[in-house]
Design a protein. Structure first.
Ligand code: KG4
Ligand code: ZN
Length: 334
């Protein structure tokens, strides 16, 4: 990144193929794939940006939260590069990356509300000023992306579940199955998705879908057209209904929280922010604050979002020492 606004290059080493046959991320595999990819991916990013390590003003790296084996690979490599070339190191929180990806090159007004919905998180943060956050609410059980992935696995739709269910849902009736919103006591800004996941499980168990599920499982990386052929309309309607409630939950709770805190903007990031249904649903809401999404390709994990968040810290001279630790559970704010 140049000046935190201009994207010079982006290289993403996806390891989805390595994990797909296990139906989710396998931690040991993930670390090994990171080791395998990191040297080449950094070199490629530098080459595409037409720059050299020596010319960098800082290196931003995720130090948490996440799988500690994967974090360690990135962090150790970044530290080594910084040490060898005398470059400042900036540790970045994964969720700050997702938040900042929504406002690359945009000056927003504060306070703002940020919704991060990914495979591991569904959190609301109040953004008090640039780079300063307060936890407003969070999921009490599954993350939104996790619900997608579990429902997908249950129905033999593969991993990750979000993009596939999003595509299938576009062919279904979102009001066919009336899933109910969870009743949560306490913090109005909290979420819960495990009840919905269980409702999908019960719905599936009540039908004779075994053969269709097995048929879908046998396909290697099926196209949406293939999946549509292998899936009955009732199931597609159910998936559309599932997605409808996930979106309702995310937007209702985020919208009400934004109003409560007097937010002047709503930022929506994380893998689930790639969801087409979610983006459409936002357009239909008549909120009196603007909503910002990352470009779809910066919604799911990528290096650009870490560089952008790194720039925010760089401006504030919040550098990290070479003793920075990788933390599996690193809070962004309390
Ligand atoms: O942010 P991300 O790439 O990785 C984590 O930090 O977890 O998010 C990945 C999650 C997965 O659960 C995936 O199923 C979900 O984001 N996801 C989606 C879509 N694309 C990815 N969920 C709903 N709709 C999508 N289009
Ligand atoms: Zn993420």
């Amino acid at each position: 990144m140049e000046d935190g606004t201009k994207i010079l290059s982006s290289s993403v080493a996806s390891q989805l193929d390595a994990h797909r046959k296990y139906g989710g991320v396998v931690p040991e595999l993930a670390s090994r794939e990171h080791v395998r990819a990191i040297v080449a991916i950094v070199r490629e990013a530098l080459e595409m940006a037409n720059t050299r390590l020596e010319d960098l003003d800082a290196i931003a790296v995720t130090n948490g939260p996440g799988l500690v084996g994967s974090l360690l690979v990135g962090l150790t490599y970044a530290k080594a590069l910084c040490f060898a070339h005398n470059i400042p190191l900036i540790g970045v929180h994964h969720l700050e990356g997702h938040i900042q990806a929504a406002i690359i090159g945009i000056d927003i007004e504060y306070p703002a509300l940020a919704l991060v919905a990914s495979g591991g998180h569904t959190h609301l943060f109040e953004c008090l000023s640039e780079g300063k956050y307060r936890l407003e609410g969070r999921t009490r059980d599954d993350a939104a992306g996790e619900a997608y992935d579990k429902v997908s696995k249950l129905l033999g739709l593969g991993y990750p579940g979000g993009p596939v269910i999003d595509a299938l849902a576009a062919h279904g009736n979102p009001r066919a199955v009336r899933f109910t919103s969870p009743k949560l006591k306490g913090n109005l800004s909290d979420f819960s998705f495990s009840g919905l996941k269980t409702a999908v499980l019960r719905w599936t168990e009540a039908r004779d879908l075994g053969a269709a599920i097995e048929a879908r499982k046998r396909c290697h990386k099926p196209s949406i057209e293939q999946l549509l052929e292998l899936t009955d309309q009732e199931t597609i309607d159910m998936l559309a209904s599932f997605q409808w409630l996930v979106i309702e939950e995310l937007l209702n709770r985020a919208g009400r929280a934004a109003t409560r805190i007097g937010a002047k903007a709503l930022l929506i990031g994380g893998g689930v922010a790639a969801n087409r249904g979610l983006r459409e649903a936002v357009k239909a809401r008549r909120w009196d604050f603007p909503v910002y999404f990352p470009e779809t390709k910066w919604s799911t994990d990528n290096g650009v979002m870490i560089a952008v968040a790194g720039y925010v810290r760089w401006k504030q001279k919040r550098f990290s020492g070479l003793d920075l630790k990788a933390q599996a559970n690193l809070p962004l704010a309390q």
